[in-house]
Design a protein. Structure first.
Length: 286
């Protein structure tokens, strides 16, 4: 794994030196932009419209447009100074219950490993959090971006999940066409709850697959080998108007299949069981 950050977790006066590793990886299939006429990959050029020339990275600064056409400029070192020493510290502010955090807040997960000198403090924090069942809410700055973070335990590892600040979460009041109140048919509600109960199971992430990525990879392999890629059209799905009919059909689809015994099977089973019982009795008497 590639180390993306080095620093320390701090809670109270305790410092735990750690290294940070990304816990996830992007499996999206990357494709280049190609000129269709000649199959040449396209490059995106950083061109100044005023100077009419390509601009090198060393000539670029950051700018905030405070009104149309007017910018305040920042050099890279100016922005780095604003972050200060916090860039090297994951400062735990509070300990809370994981269930208190709505999943909408979570962004990206990182694994934290102890630095060469931090194994003891790392184990102490890990075990204390495990036994109390609490997670830490911390402030951290990664690549000059300040963020809130949740510090929690995953198996034998301390993990950090960056989370949004409250003012970054849009209010549901801005979502159009939400019903003012729930007006539902009681029979439909009972059937919907029954359907949820039928589909309820333990979360097993390994059973979920990225069908689109698999299809794209298959198409790439087919094209590389010179085969024509043909995709069968999706069957037309009619809009469901009758909720009761849809719920009933859904329940029928998830019912366990009961195999009917073939004619004579029951009688044969009974006869076999009878013979087995007689043999056992005879053996006991003998």
């Amino acid at each position: 794994m590639h180390t993306v950050w080095k620093g320390a977790i701090s809670f109270g006066l305790v410092h735990v030196p750690v290294k940070m590793f990304s816990a996830t990886e992007d499996k999206d299939i990357s494709m280049r932009m190609i000129h269709k006429d000649c199959n040449t990959p396209l490059n995106f050029v950083r061109k100044c419209q005023h100077c009419e020339r390509e601009v090198e990275w060393g000539e670029i600064v950051r700018g905030y447009e405070y009104e149309p056409g007017s910018f305040v400029l920042f050099e890279k070192d100016e922005l780095e100074k604003l972050t200060g020493e916090i860039t090297k510290e994951i400062k735990i502010l509070d300990f809370v219950d994981l269930s208190d955090i709505d999943p909408v807040y979570f962004q990206k997960t990182y694994y934290l490993a102890p630095n060469e000198t931090g194994a003891g403090a790392y184990s102490l924090l890990l075990e204390a959090m495990r036994q109390t069942g609490k997670i830490g809410i911390a402030k951290v700055s990664i690549r000059s971006k300040s963020s809130l973070a949740a510090i929690r335990i995953i198996d034998r590892c301390i993990a950090m999940e960056t989370i949004f600040y409250p003012d970054e979460i849009r209010s549901v009041e801005h979502v159009p066409n939400l019903p003012e109140q729930s007006n539902v048919n009681e029979k439909e509600l009972e059937m919907a709850k029954l359907l949820i109960g039928q589909l309820a199971t333990k979360f097993e992430p390994e059973k979920y697959k990225d069908d689109y990525r698999s299809a794209v990879l298959h198409a790439i392999e087919s094209k590389v080998s010179g085969q024509q890629v043909r995709v069968a059209p999706e069957p037309h799905k009619a809009n469901v108007i009758d909720l009761m009919a849809a719920l009933q059909a859904s329940l029928e689809a998830v019912k366990p299949v009961v195999t009917e015994p073939t004619p004579g099977t029951t009688e044969k089973a009974k006869a076999a069981k009878s013979r087995k019982g007689k043999a056992k009795t005879k053996e006991t008497i003998g």
